[in-house]
Design a protein around this ligand. Structure first.
Ligand SMILES: NC(=O)C1=CN([C@@H]2O[C@H](COP(=O)(O)OP(=O)(O)OC[C@H]3O[C@@H](n4cnc5c(N)ncnc54)[C@H](O)[C@@H]3O)[C@@H](O)[C@H]2O)C=CC1
Ligand SMILES: O=C(O)C(=O)Cc1ccc(O)cc1
Length: 306
């Protein structure tokens, strides 16, 4: 694989940054990768495990001379981090991010970046419930989608290079506008995470009350919920606070459907339940027939391309 950038700077060294680093190394996609993390502990861990060619003690040092800067921090602090890096960016550099929410991140970051710097927001649809510098692996993005959300008028060459980086890291790249992205992700990722958090919370309450063995005897569906509900609390707090409108819209619809199902159960309306489950089964089968299924071990960890 050909080198895409001379120097890439990763800001925030958690799951996504560390996975991107290993994928860049695997593909020979950059000459040098610098990294910065806020905490001494994370920087020490990064040095210990060889995460980044050079771990820097300041953002200034990490971004100096970088032709690509990737913001890999929780979405709630993207703006603050953009303000920190802005004075140190090289002219003509590209700044991107990997945040799970796009419109709010664009509003936070955009105003801080100087003219002559290309800002191309991004979001790899791949992850796990693990976080931190030790959690990354080179294959995370293989055959997953990565969505780029360039604002109008963005330099086409800058977009092509960022696309080449993600493709080199194994991903399939598509472009989308920010509002659409946030609505789609509210349906496919954000609301499901909230439902998983709730379900695990309910089961935990129940366990406390009855002292039963909810967790011990949990079936596969509930185990998937517990995996998802083990995801990083800071990251997910920020997702819900920054994708508020789309998430509330989807949760409103979810609640209406849930109430309708609840009513059908109470009134013994088996036809309603059967018709509903028949419709949802057809949707799942349609996904499989279209070749858009995720294979079993990776189920739920990200969207795969057909
Ligand atoms: N975890 C996942 O499955 C996915 C996460 N994302 C997005 O990627 C971004 C990073 O997530 P992960 O790598 O999973 O998180 P992580 O928790 O593994 O790493 C985040 C890193 O950011 C650092 N950080 C936090 N606040 C900071 C600040 N104010 N200044 C500097 N550094 C700070 C943390 O110390 C940590 O090193 C988030 O925006 C998230 O929405 C995108 C796709 C999947
Ligand atoms: O672990 C899971 O189930 C995920 O859904 C991973 C994930 C989390 C957040 C994203 O923005 C994208 C992918």
């Amino acid at each position: 694989m050909a080198q895409v950038y001379d120097r890439v700077a990763l800001i925030g060294l958690g799951l996504i940054a560390s996975s991107l680093f290993w994928a860049i190394k695997r593909g020979g996609l950059a000459g040098e990768v610098t990294g910065y993390a806020r905490s001494d502990e994370t920087r020490a861990t990064a040095r210990e495990i060889g995460l980044c060619d050079r771990v820097c003690d300041s953002v200034a040092e990490a971004v100096a001379g970088a032709d690509l800067v990737v913001l890999c921090v929780p979405v709630g602090v993207m703006g603050a981090v953009a303000a920190e890096i802005a004075p140190h960016l090289a002219p003509g550099a590209t700044v991107t991010d990997v945040g799970s929410v796009k419109a709010d991140v664009i509003a936070q970051v955009g105003p801080h970046l100087p003219d002559g710097v290309h800002f191309i927001p991004g979001h790899p649809l791949a992850g796990t419930e693990h976080s931190g510098p030790r959690s990354g692996f080179a294959e995370l993005f293989d055959n997953r989608w990565c969505l780029l959300v360039p604002v109008e008028g963005t330099d086409a060459d800058a977009i092509a290079r960022l696309r080449a980086l993600w493709e080199g890291a194994g991903a399939n790249v598509e472009e989308m506008d920010a509002e659409h992205h946030d609505l789609v992700l509210a349906v496919t990722s954000h609301a499901p995470h909230l439902i998983a958090y709730t379900m695990v919370g309910v089961a935990d309450d129940l366990r406390r009350v009855t002292d039963s063995e909810v967790i011990k005897y949990s079936a596969a569906g509930f185990r998937d919920f517990t995996r998802i509900a083990a995801s990083d609390p800071t990251m997910w707090r920020d997702v819900f606070l920054t994708n508020k409108d789309a998430t509330l819209e989807i949760l409103g619809r979810f609640t209406e459907e849930l109430f309708a199902l609840q009513r059908a159960i109470r009134t013994g309306d088996g036809d309603h339940l059967h018709a509903y489950f028949t419709r949802t089964r057809a949707i799942r089968r349609g996904i499989i027939e279209a070749g858009q299924d995720t294979d079993a071990p990776d189920f739920g960890r990200g969207a795969r391309k057909p």
